[in-house]
Design a protein around this ligand. Structure first.
Ligand SMILES: Nc1ncnc2c1ncn2[C@@H]1O[C@H](COP(=O)(O)OP(=O)(O)O)[C@@H](O)[C@H]1O
Ligand SMILES: [Mg+2]
Length: 1168
């Protein structure tokens, strides 16, 4: 596989961006790529088994950045013989292989795991373009998950049922269809209900439990062809119709018969009804295979595991459909293989298994070497080791199977002793003694045989070299010549092995027998050698081909019968079909007294010197006239060249076969000398003893010849098969090289011919190509007729009739049977299918649109319902809340009223809440109604109960507010305040004009800029002006008014001439006796200073800011207590020289300061 891949992989990609893949590209990926190319090039692909979703936008101009791993594969169109790729240069398309599965979707080509529908996608490929622009890829989506669905894909993987093949008479078309499908690993195709299987020579993935389950109980045509479909159909028919079934598997050696029979058995075992009891019988049925294969299969040129016997196996089922037993019939074991194998072939597997698989102990016991080369019977083919066979493993399986099949230890030992003894027997050599008689050269080998079989050594030695002849009722020992002795030895080996094989089958039957006789139905499974044509064909091929001739006869008969029956039961007239009836050939072989078998028997029994040649002569005499028989002597000149003198040719239905007559008589006689039989009958090996019964010795009649025996058993088999409903699996081998990818047209053509498949197809297609039950047909196509769409309630048949009328089927193209419609030509069906595909798209659009509308409407409805529900709930919630609120309100109001009524009682539960409420509401009222400054003395009115608390609160609040206010004022402001307080203490309610002055802030330096430097220097050293203002001074004498500047220092008060700045008077604060002013609204005051010793005495001063000036002065000089406000009247002032003057104050509206005639100063000012 890998080789094929690398051939296609292109290393020099034209796009530098493309990453290189390190791994070799698997073949199936290459196939996929090819398919992709095909799809892009033609818009079609011949592959349908893949699920494909491709749309135009998948062609990317670039390799996507997120590509994990990109592999470029040179893709070629999938047409046959066009190695064009070399010419086309660089690859046109790439295929991106992702390691991770990507979900199926637009832009991805999804390839399923196997070439089988229904698998989960494993790989997803993105297609991108490399160079030239390409036409848009047709968006395709099709599935082959059903057989009907496969109609859509018919042109891509051929037809799945040959009856749909347009050119059904053309062998080429038939083979081409097989080939197309084989290339896509679609190995199964139907001819009606017959399954044609092409050996894939590789393990395919559609034999899993999953697939078995998928095929269970489905309509035969609903799924792609499969051997499981046949098995299921058979099982269901057996159960439902309670009639016995059989499956005939035929085909040439290596075509896959045995594999098919194993799959069927496995399916029946897995899918049939199970219970505890049947588990054991199921495993026994399955385990019979490895045992029979070990003893009856061998490696041949054609098949590494070729069955060298015919097998018919009955599986018995009870009424519930559970397997309860089985029975095996075996036919014509190829015994000659025991003593002779062609180069490159092997003896039966068991010989090699025993040597390879036995342990030392067993080998010692059987006196065996491990080397097949040591034994004549296993060294002739020179290929003891085969790659595909693991003898050791197989031997373990055989031993296990024997146990499951309940063989005893003893029996198993005996079996292997026989197998070993046959090997030893082959090594017995003879030489001629002086009389030319045979003597055994190696007695010790014979001794091993005698030990293993438990027979007498001397007797065995004697029997191998002598023969008892009865002449005139006297028994004589006649010595054998060497070649006779060899013949006798081989005959013994063959007989021992052959009879042991029969015993084995019988014992298996013993285990498989249904102990409970209430069996209900049978399914028979026939796996028998197919037609054999070798270079040299002998008696065996003659028998085998005769068997196939008989089976073909049965097949044609039954198929025709089935067809006819179906037509009859459906009430459709039967049109006679021409077919080749091979009865004439069967008769040539088996007819009593006139047939080849009887002629052969006659020659075998005839006294005198009968030989193969006399037999040929007899044949020419008896059947020489027969159309299907030719010999050298009978043929024309041309024919003579191809037939030897010692050959005859039969013209079988499947072709001409030339048989060499050499050995016919011997093989037919299958003679074993009586002496050997007798020796064997005395053996202690139980199996040998039982298969060589002494009764046989007493029988005088000659044993039946092989030919007759075979004929009898074959006829019995025919009877068995005739009594059952047959199904067929026809196996085809695609090539002789056991290769998975080679399809040899000629080889297949040959098999198609001798399997009679064209004949079969002709019979099946003679009348009508397609038939389906009405309901199946109607279900698929009812959309094509308005009367049946979307529903048809009447009987399906009438619906189909209407449908056929509507789509205009021509009268001759179809028939309506009782339960089925029959369509004559595939093209009619295909046209219907095409119409259906178109209709399907239309319908899909319609359905989609209505569905969208419907789903939106549903969504809306659901939302509306939800809204209604929600609002109802919400209203309820709101109502509940309101009720609760009202309830609470009523309660609160009641409580409030009760509290109000009892408010004057001491606190008790009834009024506690009310009182709290009163308190809280008062406090809340307080919050907004409190005074904003310290001067505001208002306070919210408190209810009676809180009056005391309100007073306390007010007090606290005021204090707090005052404290806060005090904390905010500066020292200057404090000082100013203190001055104001001082002024208040002195003047409040005493002097008119005080109230007006309260609002005027005091100032330190009124007209201080007038304070001339001279005034400052005139002040006492260390004294600084603290306050100054301009005043009017009245002389003590004469009361002249003078402009003076009053400056208050820290220790003294100075009066300066405002004009020249001369110091006029200095009053030390320590000497200041007091300050007097009247209660009127005048601005005059007197500073009482000492008048003695040059002191000027009291100063009468008028200041516009009298209150301010007096307060400042009193404060600075610390004389606040000495300020006197005189009530209406007069102030006396000292003058120098001890005299006193008077200042009189009168209330009046015209303020004035004048000197009265009496010499006093009269001040008139507004009164209080
Ligand atoms: N369905 C199958 N799938 C895979 N391999 C198969 C299949 N059928 C046959 N083979 C291969 O072909 C070989 C021969 O098949 P077998 O059934 O023994 O042939 P026959 O019985 O016809 O002689 C088998 O050993 C197996 O390798
Ligand atoms: Mg086989």
């Amino acid at each position: 596989m890998g080789g094929g891949a690398s051939k296609n992989a292109v290393a020099d990609s034209p796009e530098p961006k493309v990453l290189e893949n390190q791994d070799p590209i698997p073949q199936d990926k290459v196939d996929d790529a090819r398919m992709v190319a095909d799809l892009i090039e033609n818009g079609t692909s011949n592959v349908t088994s893949h699920r494909i979703d491709v749309s135009a936008d998948v062609i990317k101009e670039d390799v996507p950045d997120d590509a994990i791993k990109v592999t470029t594969i040179q893709v070629k169109p999938a047409t046959e013989s066009k190695p064009k790729a070399e010419k086309t240069g660089p690859p046109k398309y790439g295929i991106e292989i992702r390691k991770q599965p990507i979900a199926k979707g637009n832009g991805h080509l999804t390839v399923s795991d196997s070439k089988f529908p229904g698998n989960t996608p494993l790989h997803s490929y993105k297609i991108f373009k490399f160079q030239q622009p390409v036409a848009p890829v047709r968006a395709e989506r099709y599935s082959v998950s059903t057989m009907e669905g496969a109609l859509t894909a018919r042109d891509r993987v051929g037809v799945q049922d040959f009856v749909l093949l347009e050119e059904y008479k053309s062998e080429n078309a038939f083979i081409f269809n097989l080939k197309k499908r084989f290339k896509e690993k679609l190995i199964y195709t139907y001819i009606g209900s017959v399954l044609v299987s092409v050996n894939p020579y590789q393990q395919l993935s559609f034999y899993t439990q999953y697939h078995m389950e998928k095929y269970q109980g489905v309509n035969f045509y609903e799924m792609p062809p499969h051997v499981y479909a046949i098995a299921d159909n058979v099982y269901r028919s057996m159960r439902n119709e309670s009639c016995d079934q059989c499956i005939l598997i035929s085909g040439e050696s290596g075509a896959g018969k045995t594999e098919a029979s194993k799959y069927i058995l496995q399916y029946l075992s897995v899918c049939s009804t199970s219970n505890e009891q049947v588990g054991h019988i199921k495993s026994q049925l399955l385990q019979s295979n490895p045992v029979l294969e070990a003893f009856g299969n061998a490696k041949t040129h054609r098949n590494d595991n070729s069955s060298r016997f015919g097998k018919y196996m009955d599986i018995q089922f009870d009424y519930k459909g559970a397997p309860v037993g089985g029975h095996i019939l075996n036919y014509l074991l190829e015994k000659s293989r025991v003593v002779h194998q062609a180069s490159g072939e092997r003896n039966f597997h068991i010989f090699y298994q025993l040597m390879e698989g036995s342990d030392e102990k067993m080998l010692r016991k059987l006196c065996l070497e491990k080397t097949p080369d040591t034994y004549f019977y296993t060294n002739q083919g020179k290929c003891a080791k085969v790659r595909s066979i693991n003898d050791r493993k197989d031997f373990i399986a055989v031993q296990k199977a024997l146990k499951v099949l309940e063989f005893s230890e003893q029996q198993i030992d005996n079996l292997f002793e026989i197998v070993a003894s046959v090997l030893h027997l082959g090594n017995v050599n003879f030489s001629a003694n002086d009389e030319g008689n045979a003597v055994v050269q190696n007695d010790h080998v014979v001794q091993k045989v005698s030990i293993l079989l438990g027979c007498d050594l001397d007797q065995l030695l004697q029997a191998l070299t002598h023969r008892t002849i009865e002449a005139n009722k006297e028994k004589m020992q006649s010595p054998l010549a060497v070649d006779q002795a060899v013949y006798a030895r081989d005959a013994l080996a063959k007989a021992v092995y052959g009879r042991m094989f029969n015993w084995l089958v019988e014992s298996l039957n013993g285990s498989l027998t249904n102990k409970d006789v209430k069996r209900r139905s049978l399914i028979g499974l026939l796996d028998i050698y197919g037609f054999e044509i070798f270079k040299s064909n002998s008696f065996e091929q003659f028998c085998i081909n005769f068997c196939n001739e008989k089976l073909q006869q049965l097949f044609i008969q039954l198929t025709l019968k089935q067809e006819q029956e179906e037509y009859r039961s459906e009430g459709i007239e039967w049109e006679p079909v021409e077919y080749f009836n091979n009865k004439v050939i069967c008769d040539l072989v088996e007819e009593r007294h006139k047939g080849i078998i009887d002629i052969l028997d006659e020659e075998c029994l005839r006294p005198g010197d009968a030989s193969d040649k006399t037999f040929l002569k007899k044949l020419e005499e008896t059947v020489g006239e027969h159309k299907h028989f030719v010999t050298h002597a009978l043929g024309d000149a041309k024919m003579r060249k191809t037939i030897g003198y010692e050959e005859f040719r039969l013209i079988h239905y499947a072709g001409e076969v030339t048989y060499s007559i050499e050995g016919f008589l011997d093989k037919n006689n299958d003679l074993l000398f009586r002496d050997l039989k007798e020796t064997m009958s005395k053996a202690t090996n139980e199996i040998i003893k039982s298969v060589f019964p002494t009764s046989e010795l007493a029988r005088l009649k000659r044993p039946e010849t092989v030919g007759s025996q075979f004929r009898t058993s074959l006829n019995k088999l025919m009877d068995i098969l005739m009594s059952k409903e047959p199904s067929y699996v026809r196996c085809i081998k695609p090539n002789d090289a056991k290769m998975s990818d080679r399809f040899d047209d000629n080889l297949v053509r040959h098999q198609v011919k001798y399997l009679g498949l064209m004949e079969n197809l002709r019979v099946r297609r003679a009348g009508f190509a397609y038939r389906r039950t009405y309901d199946v047909f109607l279900k698929r196509y009812k959309s094509l007729c308005p009367k049946t769409w979307p529903r048809w309630d009447g009987p399906a048949k009438e619906g189909v009739a209407l449908l056929c009328k509507h789509i205009d089927y021509a009268d001759g193209d179809y028939r309506l049977g009782k339960t089925k419609i029959f369509i004559r030509f595939p093209k009619t069906l295909f046209a219907t299918e095409d119409a259906f595909q178109i209709r399907k798209h239309e319908l899909a659009t319609q359905i989609q649109a209505s569905f969208r509308g419907w789903s939106q409407w549903r969504k809306f409805q659901r939302m509306r319902d939800a809204v209604t529900l929600l609002s109802a709930h919400w209203r309820r919630v709101l109502a509940c809340r309101l009720r609760e609120k009202r309830k609470k309100a009523v309660h609160d109001v009641r409580k409030f009223i009760l509290g109000f009524i009892t408010r004057n009682r001491p606190r008790c539960p009834e009024n506690a809440h009310f009182l709290d409420y009163v308190r809280i509401s008062y406090l809340q009222r307080c919050q907004s109604g409190l005074p904003r400054n310290v001067l505001d003395k208002s306070w919210p009115k408190a209810p009676a109960a809180l009056e005391e608390a309100a007073d306390l609160l007010q007090h606290l609040y005021m204090r707090n507010m005052t404290l806060k206010y005090v904390k905010t004022i500066t020292p200057q402001r404090k000082a100013a305040m203190e001055e104001k307080v001082l002024a208040s203490a002195i003047f409040r309610s005493k002097k008119r004009g005080y109230e007006e002055s309260v609002a005027q802030p005091f100032q330190d330096k009124r007209q201080v800029d007038q304070l001339k430097p001279k005034m400052q220097t005139s002040m006492d050293p260390g004294d600084k002006p603290i306050y100054c203002c301009t005043v009017t001074k009245y002389d003590r004498h004469g009361y002249h008014a003078r402009q003076r500047t009053l400056v208050v220092g820290s220790s003294a008060t100075y009066l300066f001439d405002s004009k020249d700045g001369k110091l006029k008077q200095k009053i030390l604060h320590s000497e200041l006796r007091g300050i007097s002013t009247s209660s009127l609204g005048d601005h005059v005051f007197v500073l009482h200073a000492p008048s003695e010793q040059k002191q000027k005495g009291d100063a009468i001063v008028q200041s516009t800011f009298a209150i301010e000036t007096m307060t400042k002065l009193a404060n600075i000089a610390k004389k606040s207590k000495d300020v006197k406000v005189v009530e209406n009247g007069s102030i006396l002032h000292d003058m120098a020289g001890g005299k006193q003057g008077t200042i009189e104050f009168h209330a009046g509206t015209q303020p004035s300061v004048t000197k009265s005639k009496q010499g006093s100063l009269v001040v008139i000012a507004p009164g209080r």
